[in-house]
Design a protein around this ligand. Structure first.
Ligand code: ADP
Ligand code: MG
Length: 690
């Protein structure tokens, strides 16, 4: 039996209980174990001289105990001073047994391992692993760096090391099928699959830890390539499956869209007209549209979606628009109402926080077909919400949704038909990235802004100059313009974030007695928030203090000044989105990025990017170049695909090769596709039931 089929129970020491625990991680076969990859490594092969320890290192040291004493300073602890001739290291134990106290005595020789921190008297390790220096290290892997695996309850590191060792031995004995075509592999010029796996599970002692931990080792790149390829193939297959589904064809040619547009008074840009034509062509087909519309902030995506929705409604079917936040759903509902109500159509707003009665009424209107257009958050797509004849689903600001969520929309059609899907995003991403992350979608681009926009002038300044900025807000508001003040992002707690915003609003209101100050944040009741937004829109509020809830979509053209606090903490994509809230009217707009010292070199460069350009695609390109780990776009993109080894941004240079390899496999090696997908994506239905 190949190791791809051999159950884990074939390994020594794996009984039904352990097999079940492994199964919960998606590890069913011996080969699955090989793809359970370490997240980091420890170097237990080199004993580090105490004199060269630095805080933050995880290191192995050996030495003799010079002094061991129990001290009471706040709490009782055992301190052990270890020396090796190059320096002293303190081992600190807050919990210890009598037996330990007897073992840790002056003169004993210890080998220990742990994370070094800066103590009061030099380097220190709290609760190190330790053993008698003469005893063998049971945690170490012979002749290799020690891999640290993701574990769950009841599954220890030692156990996983043992199992992966057995799996690697099975590869030596029986081989592992390689699903990459030889020609692809040759062109890649990276280690073979077997070599790559062996390397990442058991890196040799001379491996460069920094390269491994940055995910840049050729062995990791080989695996990343294969993983990206598996996802690419799955998405393309998904695309083919969906494209064969039946959908209601929507004939254009009515008058509703024309009347709607006339009511807005807009002259569409050439890019908007082109994209609408693309949408109409897709809608007319008896198979679902699957289209992504990319357009920089302010490029006018909403009206394009509204015109397409008008065609659908006029043809006697339903359209639904899903927004990522309640605030944005509320705003879309207002726009659509403004555009459609004069034509006798009332869009329906559906959110999670609706009172039960209103919710039931809305559900009835959708199920009965009385409502043609529904607008809401993801509450729209819960099971209780049924549509009479849903033919068109619009998802705004795609980067908040994963592929699997989008797949759920597919199930909302009726009578065996599937809805057309339009996804709109203002996160412009480079083409190769789009082709990977959204391989299941066709892409349209609105690459033009409506006429009369003046570019936003962006400046960066230290928050020590806050008073100047406040004076500038006062000037703008007294001149009849409006401003936003965006408070820092506090990822850990929406509550804290809201509190900080309240404090800021109070301070600004005190500093600006002649300006009406309002506030919006994620913790407010929706009614209060709607009221504030409406008042801001109507000009009754001069300065709107907000959390990043206003990041996407909020549209108040008279607002021409934006201040962003702690801009150095935010990602480039997010700052660009925020900045897009101004520069929407004909007034010259500006954006002040306030930073808090000290400013790192990278942060400085990032702020310079925003000062230098207003073009979202350019911002995205620079973001890709400068990106540090964990930055926003990266996290979001990674979240979309749930990758194990690959990182879309870090490994972006692999993507053209991945696409070419996918073509080769679809053309000439179709049999290898399913096993490759299974290997990397597993039997889980992450991409829905296809
Ligand atoms: P985004 O693409 O960021 O979602 P919106 O759809 O919110 O942008 O549009 C930005 C603003 O431009 C809105 O006030 C919208 O009504 C307006 N707008 C859209 N298209 C045009 C146009 N062709 N001419 C003038 N204004 C337009
Ligand atoms: Mg928008």
């Amino acid at each position: 039996m190949t190791i791809e089929r051999r159950p884990v129970t074939a390994l020594k020491g794996v009984g039904p209980a352990l097999a079940k625990r492994l199964g919960r991680l998606g590890i069913d076969t011996v080969a699955d174990l090989l793809f359970w990859l370490p997240t980091r490594y420890e170097d237990r092969t080199h004993v580090v001289p105490i004199g060269s320890l630095r805080p933050g290192m995880r290191a192995a040291v050996e030495g003799s105990i010079e002094l061991a004493e129990v001290v009471f300073r706040g709490r009782r602890s055992l301190l052990v001073r270890l020396a090796d001739g190059t320096g002293f290291l303190t081992l600190r134990f807050f919990h210890f047994s009598g037996a330990q106290q007897q073992q840790l005595v002056r003169g004993a020789r210890l080998a220990c391992f742990g994370e070094v921190r800066r103590g009061k008297h030099g380097p220190e390790i709290v609760h190190p692993e330790y053993r008698d220096a003469g005893a063998p290290d049971t945690q170490a892997v012979k002749g290799a760096l020690t891999p640290i695996y993701p574990v769950t309850e009841g599954l220890q590191q030692g156990r996983l090391r043992n199992l992966t060792a057995q799996a690697l031995a099975a590869v030596d004995d029986d081989g592992l099928p390689d699903f990459l075509p030889a020609e692809v592999e040759r062109r890649l010029g990276l280690p073979s699959l077997g070599e790559a796996l062996k390397y990442v599970h058991r890196p040799p002692p001379d491996a460069q830890l920094a390269v491994l931990e940055a995910g840049r080792h050729p062995a990791q790149r080989r695996l990343a390539f294969e993983e990206l390829l598996a996802h690419q193939l799955t998405l393309r297959r998904l695309r083919n499956v969906i494209r064969r589904d039946p959908a209601w064809p929507v004939a254009a040619g009515g008058t509703l869209a024309g009347r709607l547009l006339a009511g807005t008074g807009f002259t569409l840009t050439a890019a908007q007209r082109r994209v609408i034509a693309e949408l109409r062509r897709d809608l007319a087909a008896p198979h679902p549209m699957l289209r992504l519309v990319q357009g920089d902030v302010g490029s006018g995506k909403t009206i394009v979606a509204a015109l397409a929705a008008a065609d659908v409604v006029e043809a006697g079917m339903q359209a639904a628009l899903m927004a990522p936040t309640e605030l944005l759903a509320e705003q879309h509902a207002q726009n659509f109402t403004r555009w459609l109500a004069p034509l006798g159509l009332a869009p329906l707003l559906v959110t999670g926080r609706m009172p039960a009665k209103a919710r039931r009424e809305a559900e009835a209107a959708l199920a009965g077909g009385a409502a043609g257009v529904a607008i809401g958050t993801h509450a729209l797509f819960q099971d209780e919400v049924r549509f009479a004849k849903l033919a068109f689903v619009i998802v705004d600001e795609q980067h908040r949704f994963g592929v699997h969520q989008r797949m759920r929309l597919r199930e909302k059609g009726a009578a065996g038909r599937y809805p057309h899907q339009l996804v709109m995003t203002a996160t412009p991403i480079p083409r190769t990235l789009a082709m990977t992350a959204y391989a299941d979608l066709d892409v349209s681009v609105i690459d033009e802004l409506p006429p009369g926009r003046t570019p936003v002038a962006t400046v960066a300044m230290p928050d020590s100059r806050r008073d100047e900025v406040v004076a500038r807000i006062r000037g703008a508001c007294l001149a009849g313009r409006q401003a936003y003040w965006v408070c820092p992002l506090i990822e850990e707690s929406e509550q804290l974030e809201a509190q900080a915003a309240e404090d800021t609003a109070a301070a600004l209101a005190a500093a600006l007695p002649d300006v009406a100050v309002g506030i919006v944040h994620g913790r407010m009741p929706p009614a209060a928030r709607e009221k504030t937004m409406a008042k801001f829109k109507a000009g009754g509020i001069g300065l709107l203090v907000a959390t990043t809830v206003i990041e996407v979509g909020v549209d108040v053209p008279n607002a021409s000044l934006m201040v962003i606090e702690n801009a150095e903490r935010m990602g480039l994509a997010q700052l660009h989105q925020l900045r897009g809230r101004v520069g929407r009217g004909s007034e010259a707009s500006s954006c002040v990025l306030l930073w808090h010292a000290p400013l790192s070199q990278l942060a400085k460069q990032r702020l310079a990017v925003l000062r230098g350009t207003n073009d979202g695609f350019e911002v995205a390109r620079r973001d890709l170049e400068l990106r540090g780990p964990g930055e926003l776009l990266g996290t979001r993109q990674a979240g979309l695909m749930q990758l194990k080894v690959a990182d879309l941004m870090r490994d972006a240079d692999l993507l053209p090769g991945v696409q070419a390899a996918a073509d080769v496999m679809l053309r000439a090696h179709a049999d290898n596709i399913a096993p490759l997908e299974r290997r990397w994506i597993g039997g889980s239905n992450r991409y829905g039931k296809v």
